[in-house]
Each structure stands twice: as structure tokens, then as C-alpha cells.
Design a protein around this ligand. Sequence first.
Ligand SMILES: Cc1cc2nc3c(=O)[nH]c(=O)nc-3n(C[C@H](O)[C@H](O)[C@H](O)COP(=O)(O)O)c2cc1C
Length: 364
Amino acid sequence: MLAQEMADVASQRKPLWIGDLLIDPPILQAPMAGYTNYAFRQIVREFGGTGLQATEMVNARGFVWLDEHDCEHPDRLWGVKDEARPLAVQIWDNDPETMAKVGKRLAGEYGVSVVDINFGCPVKQVTEKAHSGSYLLRDPERMYAIISRLVEVCYPTPVTAKIRLGCTRNTMNHVQIAKTVERAGASALTVHGRTAEDFFRGSADWSKIAEIKEHLQRIPLIGNGDLQTPEQVVYAFQNYHVDGVMIARAALGRPWLFSQAAAALAGKPIPPDPSLEEQKACMLRHYDLVVERFGTNKGTLLMRKFACCYAQSKHGARHFRTHVAHVESPEQFHEVVERYFPKFVDPAGTGEPIAGLDESCSCD
Ligand SMILES: Cc1cc2nc3c(=O)[nH]c(=O)nc-3n(C[C@H](O)[C@H](O)[C@H](O)COP(=O)(O)O)c2cc1C
């Protein structure tokens, strides 16, 4: 894409507001169960470039249960009370009152910037077992009840919704759902351009995301799905009528991607990737944050999957993955990183989605 085109997008772009909250730049870090914990968010925050970050999805029913049994709040709320704002916490369930109980706590006691509702998760544990997440896309009335109740109890904290295009390719109802979300009082709508049935197969359908725009009177539309480069982010703004974009998988091994996308969107030169030595240092800092919270054993196990993401698209990534997949102690982790972390970028592999990574990896 030409520098001039990028500059044009920059000059035409309108600010993104979620309620009274200015999201600048209009690039959001997606919620990802098992991944977007405090450590990841902190690393992303240090590089900059996102206007709003999100937690992993939090099970509202589980939160209420823990609370009633005087237990500690969910691990997924690690860091949330104290970390920098703006920050969105995403919750899921199908019962308006349960959701309201948790939303009220998050908006009040936790003081989060946004309460986001998950209407997109396609994982069986959430859909078939709990009739939540993307299962609710077939039931706009219930979606309305959940959103409107949350809006009421969270006020003035904005409530947002994240959806897919529908349950199946044959029953896509994205326009109807979008109107419902707006009517119920939500402050923004994020759309992942696949159906629940698609899971992560095929490509996100951005033309379907774009169809929604003319049906929204008041709230911004945030597009999501398959964005992997700063140029694709600019292209999405240029072609699909979105007010904001959200990035998930591509940022897992490249937390600096947001800052590159933000530069492109502002019409500035895109900063280069950090050097491999800097990337390695970033991964080790990520490791320290995870271990600080979860201890050396659990922290090391948890970090195996993040380490694989950092190596993605680099020469020797497979070799590194094979070794890091078995580390059990900090000594082993550091040794494997020193010996096997890739020393060359693989130009052909840049931008590939992370193989085998989908929501089923990481549901509670
Ligand atoms: C491992 C994993 C976990 C995810 N967890 C969540 C989640 O907790 N809440 C949610 O709304 N979406 C979740 N998603 C979906 C992403 O937020 C996003 O919609 C999807 O990955 C498409 O965006 P991408 O192509 O940029 O990855 C998850 C996706 C993955 C791969």
C-alpha cells in the first residue's frame, strides 16, 4: 500500500468513542481465553498502539459462585483492579441477573472502563453445555435482556457486545443481531466475520461485517478477523466502513503489531519489528511476569505456549517448539531459549496465523 493512501486514511479517519471513552488509536486488543492475561496485556501496553485492551472471557456464573463461597475471584481477573486503563473485561453467561451481578461489581468495585459481553464463543463447553456465547445468536430476545440489564446496572460504564455473523452459514443474522445490540443500549459492537459453525475455518468475511454499518444509527462498529499486518488494518478501514478494528491471534507472538498498525493508520512510517535479540528479551520479560504470578512450575508450563507464539514465522521455529514444549523449570526454559530460540526471521513465514490455535485450546 502506498504511503499516500495511508496518509489519506489517516486524514479521513474519525475518532472512535465507546460511550464517553475515546479509543485512540481505534485498534483494540481482542479477548483471548488462555492468553490475554495481565502478563500479555502488560507486554502489549509497553509497546503501545492499542486504544483498548481486553481480558480473557470470564465466566459470570463461576465468579458468582466463588464470591458466594468466599473464595478468591477468578484468576482471569489477575491485575485488573490495579492496571492501567482503559481496560475491558469480557464476561459470559446466558442469565441476565447473573451477568448483572458480575457487571455491577466490575463497573463499581473494579472500576473497569468497559464491560464486554461474549456472544461469539463457539466452543461446545460454552455453547452446548452452557447455552452461552455464540449459542445466544439464535436468541436475540435473550441477548436484548442480557445487554439491557447490564447497561442498567453498569451505568455510566459502557457495555459492549462481541458477536459472530450468526450460528451457521445458513442462518446468518448479523444485521438483526446488530440492531438488537444497539437497541438494547450497548455502546459498541465488535463483529468477528465468521459464523460459530465456521469456528476458525476459511477466512473472515469482511463484506458481511461491512453490511452492518448502515444499520447502526448510534454505536460504532469494530471489525475483527484475520488481520495480520499494518497494511491489512489500513485496508480494513478503507474498505469496510468500520470505526475500529480488533486484533487477536496475530499479536500473540508479535505484541508490537499494534504499534506498527497504529503508525500505519496515522500515516507514519511503520516501525520495523524488534530485532530477534529484543524479541527474545521481550519473551523472557513475559516469562518473568507469568512466573511472578503463578510460580515457577505452573508459570513455566503456561509459558510454553506463549514461547511457541514468539518463535512463529522464524527460521527454526519447529525445532524450538519441540524443545520448549517439554520444559519444566526456569533453568530448562532459559537453556532452551538460549540454545534454540530462532536466530533468523523466515521471510516466507511472516504473517502466517499460528497453526492449530483456536478457542478450544483455552476455555475454562
Ligand atoms: C485461543 C483463543 C482464545 C479466544 N478467546 C476468546 C475470548 O475469550 N473471548 C472472545 O470474545 N473471543 C475469543 N477468541 C476469538 C478472538 O477474540 C477473535 O475474535 C478471533 O481469534 C478472530 O480474530 P483474529 O483473526 O485476529 O485472531 C479467542 C480466539 C483464540 C484463538
